[in-house]
Design a protein around this ligand. Structure first.
Ligand code: GDP
Length: 427
């Protein structure tokens, strides 16, 4: 059985925690898109970890972690990450890397930086991990697949061709040092040595695992609103963040994905530029940022302060729909315990009309939030394990959100730890 864990919003919803928790019952956890540009923060018995490339199931002895073909694979980052968790006492994880995954090259990272520099104030707020240049090259068919590392002759020829095209841009657009084919070959050969022990036909492996009835989790990075097709284009990421893409980025049949668990945070946060209708500012935002997540809302990869906002019904309803949600995991609810009243964005006003349908970017830029204020519960709900034990106003908040987004909230996360979870059975 295959289940997907994906985000409803702009990312940072707490997917890492839900994956780490669900991995207890899983055999295989697969990353199917994205790269080392975003991170998951996980708190468990070994401590607190920020993972960027490894799936959030690496902390168990019984799981296999797979880097699927859809991932932007930064080999040195992956190896460093493996080393860093092992150094902190985590048993060496079993990791398989798809032979069809493509590699982030050092020049992708440079091109990302050069382009941000060139755009100046009009930049996309890239994390400069090379992700956009990487995926551009993949679809322009000038990327490097892991499998190519094992055919040196063909690789040498390809490197020369790639230097030619890249060097035109480096010389005439960016005025930066040119690429040298010998150096790129050296880089690729280093990658070959590092990655060889992990390389596998992961799609075939997963096919056998599905037939054998294994429990497989697909772990998404970022969230619906950062999807290049369905998100807030162009302020999106460069690979699909949707569960449907899990089938492609892992190489499995789409009909095998049985449950789509969409993680939805009890308030909003976003990184980078782009429309964010329910955004709040000033002291109100600072306080939520300070209290948010586990130790504040700052990027796991970049350390950047996240933009903050109230829960957005319009964006979350859409975010859940476009994922194909079967279950919602409603997270970080404990953080809201300090508020007397909790505003929720229940509609967007665009050109004088109120809508609850999430619009395409041009209209989205004009949207103003319509807020409804719900009473707070004014206490700490961490440690509560049963839904009935939550304060009445807290349950009302959950039920209000559930009714408005139209998807069942089957899990409520009320703390960063594995055990901080309330199941609502029978929904
Ligand atoms: P991801 O990318 O979706 O995995 O999310 P991040 O790891 O970037 O952000 C989630 C943050 O919230 C992390 O610091 C988690 O430890 C923390 N977190 C997850 N669930 C909860 C929760 O229910 N309550 C609190 N207080 N923190 C949580």
């Amino acid at each position: 059985m295959v289940n997907a864990i994906v985000g409803a919003n702009w990312g940072d919803e707490g997917k890492g925690k839900i994956t780490d928790m669900m991995a207890k019952e899983a055999d295989i956890i697969v990353r199917f898109q994205g790269g080392a540009n975003a991170g998951h923060t996980i708190v468990n018995d070994y401590g607190k970890f920020a993972l960027h490339t490894l799936p959030s199931g690496v902390f168990y002895k019984h799981t296999t972690s797979i880097i699927g073909n859809g991932v932007a694979l930064n080999i040195p980052v992956l190896l460093k990450e493996i080393q860093s968790i092992v150094e902190r006492g985590v048993p060496k994880p079993k990791i398989l890397v798809s032979d069809r995954a493509q590699m982030v090259m050092s020049y992708h990272i440079l091109f990302d930086q050069y382009e941000e520099e060139r755009l100046g104030g009009k930049s996309f707020g890239s994390t400069k991990s090379g992700i956009a240049p990487f995926y551009s090259d993949k679809y322009a068919k000038i990327g490097f697949q892991v499998s190519e590392l094992f055919d040196e002759e063909a690789l040498k020829e390809k490197v020369v061709r790639i230097c030619e095209t890249k060097n035109v841009l480096l010389e005439h657009l960016y005025h930066k040092p040119l690429l040298k084919s010998e150096e790129l070959i050296k880089e690729l050969m280093e990658y070959k040595e590092m990655i060889a022990p992990y390389v596998c036909d992961t799609s075939a492996y997963l096919w056998e695992a599905i037939k054998a009835g294994k429990n497989i989790l697909l772990e998404g990075q970022l969230g619906s609103l950062k999807d290049p097709d369905h998100g807030i284009y162009p302020m999106v990421t460069s690979s699909s963040t949707l569960a449907a893409y899990g089938a492609i980025g892992a190489g499995i049949p789409p009909y095998e994905i049985k449950k789509i668990i969409t993680v939805c945070k009890a308030y909003s946060s976003a990184v980078g530029a782009g429309a964010f209708v329910s955004e709040i500012f000033g002291e109100e935002a600072d306080e939520l940022r300070r209290r948010g997540g586990d130790g504040g809302e700052y990027g796991a990869t970049t350390g950047r302060p996240r933009r903050m906002g109230w829960f957005d019904i319009v964006a979350s309803k859409y975010g859940c729909r476009i994922q194909g949600t079967t279950d919602v995991a409603f997270t970080v609810l404990d953080v809201l315990g300090y508020l007397d009243e909790i505003p929720v964005c229940v509609g967007y006003e665009i050109d004088g009309e109120v809508t609850t349908e999430f619009p395409a970017t041009v209209k989205l830029e004009k949207a103003k939030p319509v807020l409804q204020v719900l009473p707070g519960w004014k206490c700490d709900i961490r440690g509560i394990r049963k839904y009935e034990d939550l304060p009445e106003n807290c349950r009302k908040y959950i039920e209000f959100v559930e009714e408005k987004i139209g998807f069942p909230i089957t899990m409520i996360s009320n703390g960063p730890g594995r055990e901080d979870i309330i199941y609502r059975n029978g929904r």
